[in-house]
Design a binder for this molecule. Sequence first.
Ligand SMILES: Cc1cc2nc3c(=O)[nH]c(=O)nc-3n(C[C@H](O)[C@H](O)[C@H](O)COP(=O)(O)OP(=O)(O)OC[C@H]3O[C@@H](n4cnc5c(N)ncnc54)[C@H](O)[C@@H]3O)c2cc1C
Length: 454
Amino acid sequence: MKYDVIIVGAGPGGIFAAYELMQLRPDMKVAVFEAGHALDKRHCPIDGEKIKSCIGCKSCSIMSGFGGAGAFSDGKYNITNDFGGTLYEYIGKKRALELMHYVDDINLRFGGEGTKLYSTAGTRFKTICIQNDLHLLDASVRHLGTDINYVVLENLYAYLKDKVEFFFDTPVLSVAIVDDGYELTCKHATYHCTDCIISVGRIGSKWMESVCKDLDISTESSRVDIGVRVELPAAVFAHLTDELYESKIVYRTEKYGDRVRTFCMNPKGAVVNENTNGIITVNGHSYEDPVKQTDNTNFALLVAKHFSEPFKDSNGYGESIARLSNMLGGGVIVQRFGDLIRGRRSTPNRIEEAFITPTLNATPGDLSLVLPKRILDGIIEMIYALDKVAPGTANEDTLLYGVEVKFYNMEVEVDENLESRHKGLYIIGDGSGITHSLSHASASGVHVARNITK
Ligand SMILES: Cc1cc2nc3c(=O)[nH]c(=O)nc-3n(C[C@H](O)[C@H](O)[C@H](O)COP(=O)(O)OP(=O)(O)OC[C@H]3O[C@@H](n4cnc5c(N)ncnc54)[C@H](O)[C@@H]3O)c2cc1C
């Protein structure tokens, strides 16, 4: 079967590439191959009652399927070059921002109208943060919320399904270069295309690595972010989240000069498990619908670890730490800040007696047995620093879930068109290592579609 373009992966990168191709060249024959299920078939079996933790489904509905890793996410589209990826290094800051705004417009047209756009422009918190040795990064954030994000995806699928051929539950096993383009092999058939867009996200990182090896494409991997997810009463951060929704705050530790940052803030949200290649880590989300909101706010505190020669496997390092927490806690560990400072583990009793109700059923334990001292020291310092701008952060009962690991895909060598050294083979989204967010991944999809149709 021969297509003009085959897209591998139906996450935001793949979806927006397909959307833009159909806008510019509706005559093109385009297929999308997705290892996971169609959107309406995506269900994580964890219900908190019968099934309390990950049972390792063949295809993880949280990370895979139409919508990609973003389908059940909080749907925070950060319009900024300050974080979320380094797309601007390839296509320029102005173009990157333009594309993120373009994606935002599409999201609004496909069901996101009425959702709020928050902005750090002119906020007084910038000054308050600086006065306390904290640095607030600039961004506009469109918060769709998990529920509206899903509606937008439903509408995008309804729009695309008759224009583009979707193959769900069909992982692409290999990509080979042939005379007139590329040959993609799946379990039961092979498919041909002139141009191929690979957008396999974080879950496809190992597969991406093997494709790069087979096709002799250079890669580099040197970074992983490790930390905890903090959960506290929503009131503690309400003055920040009401105005900014998400604040990305960076702190440089006194002890080691390491940078610790807040990441993925979910006002009135819930802490959730995340499964990356069978390793259980922690994440968070929140809902736009007030009925589904909780009394807690959660966010990650992450420390970036950069490695230099001879060590190359930064993700392997992060995985080993996450495995250690899985070994000790059977999954994610939760500890009260007060217990951590006293050097004792949290127990089910201590968690129960706290003045906050955890939103994730995690195993009470001791994070100091899991996290390297340098990382843990940095996190503790940052909690005390945040306590100055949001009093109550360093409360005894503040919950710390661990570990949260932000894996970075190895960075794949591509040019300003996001094209690899093989003509017509594009690598985009989180799978390229260039983007780490919904907005950047989506923008990269639009960018390649425009280049292909040029
Ligand atoms: C719980 C959670 C919450 C998040 N919240 C936010 C947020 O609020 N804001 C934000 O900016 N980012 C958030 N993120 C990150 C965001 O989801 C990703 O940055 C984004 O989805 C990346 O898009 P992508 O298209 O590059 O890859 P993905 O969304 O990961 O999609 C890749 C797709 O490719 C498929 N695939 C992989 N290998 C193959 C193969 N061999 N053959 C066929 N298909 C394959 C996968 O099944 C997957 O569906 C969150 C992530 C998680 C897990």
